[in-house]
Design a protein around this ligand. Structure first.
Ligand code: SF4
Ligand code: SF4
Length: 320
């Protein structure tokens, strides 16, 4: 028998009670995979489209404590003995592990064997029913303004699953938001428009050459799609990651303000997201010797200055 394969989406996290991913109290579903490579990305685990082995050293109790469970579980000898670190008892050292990613064939046996969950599989295939069930669990907390946000990664890189999930959520009477880079074919955005109450829409830089040089893709498609969403009656909350030496010039802020103003009533507000480096620790969980972007976070004064420039275009601006 040739049973049809059930539609699944690759999800790397689901967070309840989120206050940062759109209006009200929300459940946020994080999709895996993104076509952009923002050097300051706070969710590096969102970038690859496939599942990845994650190792969180802070959770590892050491090989002796769990009788080398992960080392023994690996059929490829890819789990090796790694650094000695201070242990759980004062004065003791614990032997951590190191994953040799070149040997790893992603069978996840070590993650299954690791009871403290220091090793885990990042990226799980969920069915629609599974995600909807989780979203419904917190429905009573969504009240008037909250709901479910699809985030990532780039949600619309998994267009079929995103569309069907949004349809199901609307059938359940749930408010929906989609957090997107906008770097997607218009047809995909058009297909989800009737089921999306709000787009959380990133604008990172108005200079396409710089956008491409730093992030890997130009910005024309992103700007065009924002205009088309506005023209089609969609609602947009514009999000601007405020990154030192990349998009913090007065010229870029003014070009952004003017562009957003021209989107008219479709824009509910701009959220300014000042750069911070709290996500950098996540890189080491999924890769060896990662290149980590480092910059001094903008001062409160500079953020306020940027906010006032954007507000001068008659737009409500929040700081996240
Ligand atoms: S990774 Fe897990 S199984 Fe391996 S030593 Fe650490 S805690 Fe034990
Ligand atoms: S995922 Fe499989 S191959 Fe990779 S380190 Fe773990 S047990 Fe070894």
């Amino acid at each position: 028998m040739n049973a049809e394969k059930e539609l699944t989406g690759k999800i790397f996290d689901i967070q309840g009670f989120s206050l940062q991913d759109g209006p009200g109290i929300r459940t946020t579903i994080f999709f895996k995979g993104c076509p952009l490579r923002c050097p300051w990305c706070h969710s590096p685990e969102s970038q690859a489209f496939k599942s990845q082995l994650s190792f969180l050293a802070a959770k590892c109790v050491g090989t002796e404590s769990c009788a080398d469970a992960c080392v023994k579980a690996c059929p490829e000898n890819a789990v090796e003995y790694g650094e000695l670190k201070d242990g759980v008892k004062p004065g003791e050292k614990k032997q951590l592990i190191h994953v040799n990613r070149e040997k790893c064939t992603e069978c996840w046996k070590c993650a299954d064997a690791c009871y403290p969950k220091a090793l885990s599989k990042c990226g799980t295939d969920y069915t629609l029913d599974e995600v909807v069930k989780i979203a419904l669990r917190d429905k009573m907390f969504y009240e008037d303004t909250g709901g479910v946000t699809l985030s990532g990664g780039e949600v619309l890189s998994q267009p079929e699953f995103a569309l069907e999930l949004l349809k199901r959520l609307k059938e359940e009477g749930i408010n929906t938001a989609v957090d997107t880079t906008g770097f997607v074919k218009w047809e995909v955005i058009e297909s989800i428009l009737p089921y999306t109450d709000l787009f959380l829409y990133d604008l990172k830089n108005m200079n396409s050459e710089l956008h491409k040089a730093v992030i890997g893709v130009p910005c024309e498609l992103i700007l065009e799609n924002a205009k088309k969403i506005a023209a089609a009656g969609g609602k947009l909350q514009i999000r601007i990651p405020f990154i030192p030496m990349f998009n913090d010039s007065e010229e870029n802020l003014r070009l952004t303000g003017q562009f957003v103003k021209e989107l008219g009533d479709a824009v509910t507000m701009i959220q300014l997201l000042p750069y911070h480096n709290l996500g950098s620790v996540k890189y080491t969980r999924i890769m060896d010797n990662p290149k980590i972007f480092e910059a001094t976070p903008p001062s409160d004064k500079k953020v306020q200055w940027a906010k006032e420039i954007l507000e001068s275009y008659g737009i409500k601006v929040g700081i996240h």
